[in-house]
Write a protein that binds this ligand. Structure first.
Ligand SMILES: *[C@@H]1O[C@H](CO)[C@@H](O)[C@H](O)[C@H]1NC(C)=O
Ligand SMILES: *[C@@H]1O[C@H](CO)[C@@H](O)[C@H](O)[C@H]1NC(C)=O
Ligand SMILES: *[C@@H]1O[C@H](CO)[C@@H](O)[C@H](O)[C@H]1NC(C)=O
Length: 379
């Protein structure tokens, strides 16, 4: 009797594994995860900032959103961002921005807690350094408290079977976050040698949140590193120099990329430690740095045009990036075909570039193991 039941179970599990393998093999990831929860800044925000900000600024205007949604929608992009492409691959609907939802139905497929301008560390850290904290107060820690509210709407208490099912079927994406912790100081004129001293604190802030997620029972968490900001048209414009030695072969500024690498190395060391302490949890590092460098160095490989360091939308200049005349302002211009462009507005990527990054995280080479494989091994 027991063996008949267990045979049925074994067959069912095999069918599931086969189904997932087929879907994974054909490019889809349906059935892998049924929910996605994400944290971060404007790279990941799909409407939180626009939902609550009294003066949301240019993101609330065309051409933001022109490519896919055909209207501004709170994404700092012409179209879809990384989480949209991940949701697509998993076969789940686009996430509800946390601040735009109310009920457990709104969050049935997960929630997005990312807010444009968010830092990993709270404002107090930067105020103590006499920095101006202009943007949102909703740092990573704050976003974590929102998660707990949503989890309590979706499942009973931690420890109940419903809770572990929820955790096992959910993918968590923590970042990119931390970029603004450095951007803010650098754009206020702080020397990079000072900003480098923030790295251990920023990384500790991110790691603490990942550890907290693991404590909540999370099974699969993806933590991206930061992008090569030295390839970003906004940085290239603000920190332009005649000293050619400061540029690499792709035309990116070396020192911002060195800062990113410092951050990424420290983050990876902390993630390795978490993996060692929690062998049952998939802690996946997503290599956004490698993705950004590939896009800058060999854009044609993925069907982009030949100017990866020039933003599609902006106020002119050699990188079409102007910190006063920004994308969305009347004097800015937009390229005719954003699909050809890597950078959308000087600080954020295009729909097409975000698709390349998301694919690399889902299927490799920008995550080890690729996220769709963590799903298969979980079944
Ligand atoms: C959430 O619920 C409140 C009270 O029922 C309502 O006023 C508000 O419009 C709702 N917000 C959203 C985004 O649905
Ligand atoms: C680069 O050199 C030119 C010519 O000497 C000068 O006009 C310009 O201000 C310099 N630019 C920077 C960013 O130093
Ligand atoms: C940005 O635009 C303003 C106004 O047109 C102009 O004065 C300024 O020189 C531009 N800056 C750059 C870096 O192109």
């Amino acid at each position: 009797m027991a063996s008949a039941a267990s045979r049925v179970l074994v067959v069912a599990v095999r069918l599931l594994v086969a189904a997932c393998a087929v879907l994974g093999g054909s490019g889809g990831g349906g059935g892998c995860f049924t929910r996605l929860f994400s944290f971060g800044d404007s790279v990941t925000d799909n409407g939180n900032w626009m939902h609550y900000a009294r003066w949301p600024g240019t993101v609330a205007r065309l051409p933001y959103g022109e490519t896919f949604f055909r209207r501004p929608n709170g994404r700092f992009c012409d179209g879809r961002i990384i989480i949209d492409h991940i949701a697509d691959a998993l076969g789940i609907p686009f996430l509800t921005p946390y601040l735009a939802g109310n009920t457990s139905e709104d969050y049935a497929h997960g929630a997005n807690f990312a807010v444009g301008g968010a830092t990993a560390l709270g404002h107090g850290y930067f105020r103590r350094k006499k920095l101006v904290t202009g943007f949102t107060p909703y740092s990573l820690r704050w976003q974590m408290s929102w998660l707990k509210r949503v989890l309590n709407m979706l499942a009973p208490q931690q420890g109940d079977p419903g809770w572990s099912d929820l955790m096992a079927s959910s993918l968590f994406l923590v970042g990119e976050i931390g970029g603004n912790d450095y951007n803010q100081a650098l754009f206020q004129g702080r020397p990079v040698d000072e900003v480098k001293t923030y790295v251990p604190d920023v990384v500790a802030g991110i790691t603490a949140s990942v550890a907290e997620l693991i404590g909540l029972g999370v099974r699969t968490v993806v933590v991206p590193g930061n992008f090569p900001t030295g390839c970003n048209p906004g940085y290239l414009t603000r920190f332009r120099t005649n000293d050619t030695a400061q540029y690499d072969a792709a035309g990116c500024l070396r020192w911002p990329n060195a800062l990113t690498e410092l951050h990424n190395r420290a983050l990876q060391a902390e993630l390795a430690e978490l993996r060692r302490r929690h062998p049952g949890v998939a802690v996946v590092y997503a290599d956004y740095f490698a993705a950004g460098m590939d896009l800058a160095a060999d854009p044609r490989k993925h069907g982009f045009g030949g100017a990866p360091l020039v933003s599609c939308c902006g106020g002119g200049g050699p990188y079409n990036s102007n910190l006063t005349v920004r994308c969305g302002m009347r004097a800015s211009t937009t390229c005719p075909d954003p699909y050809q462009a890597v950078s959308w507005d000087g600080f954020h990527f295009t729909d097409h570039a975000y698709k390349v990054i998301a694919d690399g995280v889902l299927r490799g080479p920008y995550a080890a193991p690729p996220v769709l494989e963590t799903c298969r091994s979980r079944l």
